[in-house]
Design a binder for this molecule. Structure first.
Ligand code: IVH
Length: 741
């Protein structure tokens, strides 16, 4: 193949690719590649055609402006073509533009330009006849667009009638339809809720919203309009300058960007560009660069046009915020509060002005929603200083070898179990005190006023202690000496000994404070107090099992057994049974509970269905199934137990808690007894025994009474119990119930 043939073949391929992406972008509103990638293809073709002019064809995309109009809207022939802009991708390219303008105009001094944000939406032409909006058309291929008048009428910032009366009888304004950020986020949230497709970016959302055949849908979408120029004008002339014309448009009630400025010479252009690059994040809508336009209309006319763009204007683009790259792996990071975040390791890519090689995937729900696999080609977005994000997967480029992303079962930092409860987006490491990723926060929390209240141990000091590896866990605090502490920044002999004294004092605490200080997920002060009260001792708390706390009703047990027996494929491990389709109550906690009691699904299915039921031993106020799981998991972790043992060895203690009569742990929790008649033991002794088992013992019979224990000569209480159909026990019955005798 000759060089010429090779260039021809390459140009053909590029044209096909560009046509294909034009179709996706303009006609289907479903771009498959980011603009930057499209621009690269386009420039490659332009360069090739410049190098081999003989291979240029009249239908080359370089000779056209956009896509062909969609069949469904009526076609509109533009009175004046809607053109595109040349891009300057660097300060040098910008300097070239300014030089060319001055040369062509044979200008000695500097040229005045109107600088405007380059709005990232879609171009629109609005025709006003006698001041009334009569037509709105998209750009289409630049010569013919689509009639979207009905839809545009629904946009609030588009005036249906111009103010004043000095407008030309026919006025076409050109501008951009955009979707402000806030509206975009809200729209995507709504789409997600309804299970409908979400939009990759505001521009796409704007395009998709405008090109709806049903104007009601458009009306419901948060669109806005800003104008930046003129199309056809008839009747009487507009002003001599672009800046003056924008002012006129504004006076007639048309929205014009307030960010525009009149700048003179290259230097002012550069400083406007820098300012906008920073301001960009604060604007309500996306902009992707700055447009500079020669201000004098006479100069514009002298400069004229080349194929698809005016010679009197240029777009200086910001670095692209979206790029395509590949997901090489997905790793999991553990944050300071234990949140486990999936992070995509990417083939490094230049986006948003920096090289990006990681992007957050937020949480597993997001991974599933975006359907990210390892090996996928993805859109990565980096806007401003925001952490880079994977916005979309290119499913059509998924390799066969792509792998599903799985949440690890154990923390990559400390190897503790990771818990992710149903209904919670975030998975968390249960390593708490032990996990190095969470150390700083765990110790700050431990020392906090409402926890162990260690006076003088501020956040900065905790950070120093950990960074210098002087402590690893809260127990180590109690081993710190005055000498060690005095050697630290901003610590003197005096404050060091004060801190040691404060540590000494903090050792003596209460069980609720201690439980709270451990920083167990979801266990705040109130719950910690309830747990302490219900269990009485730390040992009792540490020995809690899910079966002590979580209920599986008999009816549920039966249904579950039936359901599982009907299933053809079950996991070997009970824990993996997880939530079942159509069974609302059976969640991960229930699966974990059954896993405590059955080694494998075979055992579980072989058991009597009723054996799957579970009556909790204890009821702790505020501790539902999910918290129960968190509590039990925390104390199951060997390293948490180790830190607790070390704390106790370091002398951390508390006065004994009187377990409450209402909810002490025991088989009789929640049961109310009344003792009556003469019994073989003193009543107070029996009462104490019952209370130790968790029962409540009251003096009078009511419908809330569960049992009446009746001795000989029982009188009115027995009669009342009979009337209310309360269960009556004799002493033998009581002995059977509580399992002694
Ligand atoms: S002037 C003949 N000004 O950028 C001049 N265009 O890449 C035509 N755009 O199709 C355009 N902000 O959709 C102009 N301040 C601005 C703009 C702007 C965004 C869009 C417009 C145009 C595209 C060209």
């Amino acid at each position: 193949m000759t060089t010429d043939q090779a260039a021809r073949a390459r140009a053909k391929r590029l044209r096909e690719q560009i046509e294909y992406h034009n179709h996706c972008y303009y006609t289907l509103d479903r771009p498959e590649i980011p603009d930057s990638e499209y621009d690269r293809l386009f420039r490659a073709l332009q360069d090739l055609e410049a190098q081999y002019p003989e291979i240029k064809t009249p239908d080359s995309p370089t000779q056209r402006v956009g896509g062909s109009p969609l069949a469904k809207f009526a076609e509109v022939r533009h009175g004046q073509p809607m053109l595109s802009l040349d891009n300057a991708l660097s300060a040098d390219a910008m300097a070239d533009f300014d030089r060319r303008v001055r040369e062509r105009l044979a200008r000695e001094g500097e040229v005045a330009y109107v600088a405007e944000p380059k709005l990232d939406g879609l171009a629109i032409g609005l025709r006003y006849a006698q001041g009334l909006l009569v037509q709105a058309a998209t750009r289409g291929d630049g010569l013919r667009g689509e009639d979207v008048t009905q839809n545009v009428r629904t946009i609030e910032s588009v005036p249906l009638r111009l103010s004043g009366d000095d407008w030309p009888p026919l006025l076409e304004v050109r501008g951009e339809i955009v979707m402000p950020h806030a509206g975009f986020e809200a729209l995507n949230a709504r789409q997600r809720e309804r299970g409908e497709k979400t939009f990759v970016n505001p521009r796409n959302a704007a395009a998709g919203s405008l090109r709806q055949l049903d104007p009601k849908i458009t009306a419901d979408r948060p669109l806005a309009f800003l104008c930046y120029g003129l199309g056809e004008v008839q009747g009487h002339p507009m002003g001599d300058t672009h800046s003056g014309n924008l002012q006129l448009l504004e006076a007639w009630g048309l929205p014009v960007s307030s960010e525009r400025a009149l700048v003179t010479g290259l230097e002012q252009c550069a400083s406007y560009f820098q300012t906008m690059a920073k301001r960009r994040e604060q604007l309500e809508y996306d902009i992707d660069g700055v447009v500079f336009k020669v201000d004098q209309i006479a100069d514009q006319q002298a400069l004229g046009y080349v194929a698809r763009a005016p010679r009197w204007a240029i777009a200086q683009k910001f670095p692209a915020q979206e790029e395509l790259t590949q997901v090489l792996a997905v790793e999991f990071q553990v944050g300071r509060t234990g949140a486990v975040t999936p992070v995509a390791r990417l083939e490094p890519v230049f986006v948003g002005g920096v090289t990006v090689s990681n992007a957050t995937l937020h949480n597993m729900d997001e991974v599933q929603r975006k359907d990210v696999h390892i090996g996928d080609t993805v859109f990565v977005r980096r806007a401003g200083d925001v952490i880079p994000e994977v916005v979309k997967v290119l499913l059509e480029r998924r390799p066969r070898t792509a792998q599903v992303v799985q949440l690890p079962t154990h923390c990559p930092v400390c190897d503790s179990e990771i818990i992710r409860l149903e209904g919670e987006a975030v998975a968390r490491c249960s390593g708490g005190l032990f996990c190095p990723a969470q150390r700083k926060e765990a110790i700050k929390h431990f020392a906090a006023r409402r926890a162990l209240d260690i006076e003088g141990l501020g956040d900065k000091l905790v950070e120093q202690l950990i960074e210098k590896a002087l402590i690893e866990n809260p127990a180590d605090l109690f081993g710190l000496s005055v000498e060690t502490l005095a050697g630290l920044e901003r610590m003197g002999e005096k404050s060091a000994s004060n801190l040691v004294a404060a540590l000494d004092q903090a050792r003596h605490t209460t069980l609720p404070r201690f439980l709270y200080a451990l920083g167990i997920l979801g266990i705040g002060e109130t719950i910690a107090a309830n747990v302490a009260e219900a269990c009485g001792t730390l040992e009792a708390v540490m020995d809690l099992r899910l079966s002590d706390l979580v209920e599986i009703k008999e009816s549920q047990a039966r249904r579950l057994h039936q359901l599982l027996s009907d299933e053809s494929e079950l996991p070997a491990q009970v824990e993996a049974l997880g939530p079942r389709d159509g069974v609302k109550w059976f969640n991960q906690v229930h699966a974990a509970l059954l896993a405590e009691r059955f080694a494998c699904t075979v055992d579980l299915l072989a058991a009597d269905p009723l054996k799957l039921a579970n009556t909790p031993r204890i009821k702790i106020e505020g501790v539902g199934d999910l918290l129960a799981e968190k509590l039990v998991t925390f104390f199951r972790q060997p390293h948490n137990r180790e830190v607790i043992a070390k704390l106790q060895a370091a002398g951390v203690d508390w006065p004994e808690v009187q377990p409450s009569t209402v909810s002490a742990p025991g088989p009789l929790v929640g049961k109310t007894f009344v003792l009556t008649g003469t019994l073989s033991e003193p009543r107070p002794a029996i009462k104490e025994r019952l209370q130790a088992l968790g029962a409540k013992v009251t003096g009078s019979v009511s419908s809330k009474t569960d049992y009446v224990v009746a001795g000989s000569d029982a009188g009115s209480k027995l009669a009342k119990a009979q009337a209310l159909e309360v269960e009556i026990l004799d002493e033998q019955g009581l002995a059977d119930l509580i399992g002694d005798g």
